[in-house]
Design a protein. Structure first.
Length: 325
């Protein structure tokens, strides 16, 4: 377990723990093998501001809750534990944790991932404080496959100068992947996201990325990344999503895209969303008539598509609302 006491962690803080600058959001379920590393990564953070750890424990069937409770006893002022008496599912757990965060900024890390740098929070807050237009700040992270003890790649793998000019396009097409374990957002962005999405079943990581794309638009400096490896993402450890077949995932992506187009404002990226929808529909065996109809609409409305209009939204929803997939 982490060696620093709560008092040692808090000794250089400027401000009150009741008003944290950063909230660490951690949703966990059956992460007995990993939760120690996650919590140790949170508690080793060296900052000159107060931070809190908000953990949602979704009634695990292993010893995850017992491990977290031990940490809670040692760090009662820093750790806020939401322990569900019965399983509520990943979506409600995650959204409840986000809603409970009090910080000016929110840093995400699931219970099976972890941070390796004690300066992660400090550096990301400095990025936000120096860039008022920033709505997402990430870091480079190691990626590990399953139970491998060593990473096999670093993401994002782009050159350092690219991290200073990440566009919404880069995020949308995963040219510069900002993985969840590294992300930090302003609280007001997450609040807006929660109000818009609520507990819709389309809500998952893909939808959050689309929301950030919609908010970033063409604003320079809206998406930034620290040029240091500060976390570790475990890939394919056997979560619920990993067990679903490819067809299920495509249907889910289609549902997410439909929701995003209906609820988010995309002044710049509508064309990409439509193309994604067409590709998904083709792979799901949707009739060519519908696809040709959308393609024709794209060709005849090239200039209008760059703007958000009710007419375009209604057309697309009408085309795809009742698809037999």
């Amino acid at each position: 377990m982490i060696q620093k006491t709560e008092q040692q962690i808090m000794q250089f803080w400027k401000g009150d723990i009741a008003n944290p600058v950063v909230s660490i959001s951690c949703a966990t379920y059956n992460h007995e093998k990993y939760i120690n590393e996650a919590l140790d990564g949170f508690l080793m953070q060296e900052t000159d501001f107060p931070f809190e750890i908000v953990i949602g424990e979704d009634c695990s069937t292993d010893k995850t809750i017992k491990i977290i409770q031990q940490y809670k006893e040692e760090y009662p002022n820093i750790i806020n534990l939401i322990a569900w008496p019965k399983n509520v599912g990943a979506l409600k757990n995650w959204m409840t944790v986000l809603d409970a965060c009090k910080g000016k900024y929110i840093a995400n890390c699931e219970g099976d991932d972890y941070w390796i740098s004690p300066f992660k929070l400090q550096k990301q807050v400095e990025v936000f404080e120096s860039n008022s237009d920033c709505i997402l700040c990430g870091t480079r992270v190691y990626v590990r496959r399953s139970e491998s003890s060593t990473p096999y790649k670093i993401e994002p793998s782009v050159k350092p100068e690219k991290l200073l000019s990440i566009s919404a396009d880069d995020l949308f097409f995963d040219k510069v992947p900002i993985l969840m374990v590294s992300r930090m957002f302003p609280k007001n962005i997450i609040k807006k996201y929660i109000e818009c999405v609520q507990y819709d079943p389309a809500n998952r990581d893909f939808l959050l990325k689309l929301f950030i794309v919609s908010q970033a638009g063409k604003t320079p400096g809206a998406i930034l990344c620290v040029d240091d490896v500060m976390g570790c993402y475990r890939e394919n450890i056997g979560g619920v999503w990993a067990f679903n077949d490819d067809m299920y995932k495509k249907r889910s992506d289609l549902r997410v895209l439909e929701f995003a187009i209906q609820h988010f404002e995309f002044p710049y990226h509508y064309r990409y969303l439509y193309k994604c929808l067409i590709l998904l529909c083709e792979s799901l065996g949707v009739t060519q008539t519908s696809i040709q109809s959308v393609n024709k609409h794209l060709k005849t409305r090239k200039t209008v598509l760059w703007k958000t209009t009710n007419q375009i939204t209604k057309f697309l929803i009408t085309e795809f609302k009742n698809l037999k997939y």
